[in-house]
Design a protein around this ligand. Structure first.
Ligand SMILES: [Zn+2]
Length: 273
């Protein structure tokens, strides 16, 4: 993995994380996507596991969130996390939500996206093959993050994020900058025909982003997300894709498919400072 125009791989001690040059250019914004390297966990979830609790201890996971907070220059109780179940539900979060899902109970379930205009509050989604979609409106100063696996992508979670940013914060989609994190590439995302049919019945244009390789189909979810963002009014030049596959680089990333379910979780994080 070599740095290019799509991502920069940062090394800070044992911590390794990625940023996107498209977001790096904004003052007042921090964002990153973690790798499996830099935390305290061991075994299948070695080492920077941010959530897979069935294969790790609560103590290790909290310590790993503290390492993430330190990387962002904040405390763990200044972060708020999703409760992901492959929905298209997005929660508007404020200072009152600080620490939820990290240092205290959430009090909500079934949340796959977070959006806020609050400075000093980091929003966090977690991933192990599913897409992270980053959103930033530098004019209205709003950040959003979505967990977009195939169900969330089929449901249109990225279009839903743009809708909420327009309605709640008055964002102009033409101002919004979007990024797609490391997730399965088309070769690694193989599905049964019923999944491909569900996409085509939603929008026949999606046929362009899949290939039939009998008896399976392969779908390029990143291209579908990009298409949906453009249909929502985001400018093509304002959409960046890190261009990395979690399964192709399973030495760097946790991959649900690559590690046969025995894996930790990585995080996407954004905060306005
Ligand atoms: Zn791949």
């Amino acid at each position: 993995m070599k740095d290019n125009t799509n991502y920069i791989l940062h090394e800070n001690g044992s911590r390794r994380f990625l940023t996107s040059p498209m977001f790096d250019k904004y003052d007042g914004l921090k964002h990153l996507f973690t790798t499996r390297h830099g935390g305290v966990s061991s075994g299948y979830v070695s080492s920077w596991n941010l959530g897979a609790k069935e294969l790790d201890t609560e103590e290790n996971i909290l310590r790993n969130f503290e390492i993430l907070a330190d990387t962002l220059g904040i405390r763990a109780d200044e972060m708020v996390r999703t409760q992901q179940t492959h929905t298209t539900n997005i929660r508007v979060v404020t200072r009152d939500d600080a620490g939820k899902g990290v240092t205290r109970e959430r009090g909500y379930t079934d949340i796959d996206g977070l959006v806020t205009d609050e400075k000093g509050l980091a929003i966090i989604t977690t991933h192990a093959d599913c897409n992270a979609v980053f959103f930033y409106d530098p004019v209205k100063r709003v950040i959003g993050l979505a967990h977009s696996g195939w169900r969330g992508t089929l449901g249109g979670i990225s279009a839903e994020m743009i809708r909420i940013m327009k309605e709640r914060y008055g964002s102009d989609p033409g101002d919004i900058v979007c990024g797609i994190g490391p997730a399965l590439c088309m070769d690694c995302f193989e599905v049964d025909p019923d999944v491909a049919e569900a996409f085509i019945s939603k929008d026949p244009a999606y046929k362009e982003f899949m290939e039939e390789r009998p008896p399976k189909f392969h779908i390029d979810l990143k291209k579908i997300i990009r298409h949906d963002l453009e249909m929502s009014g985001v400018s093509p030049e304002n959409i960046s894709d890190m261009g990395l596959c979690t399964k192709c680089h399973k030495d760097v990333f946790y991959s649900h498919r690559g590690h046969h379910g025995k894996r930790g979780l990585m995080a996407a994080a954004m905060i306005m400072v």
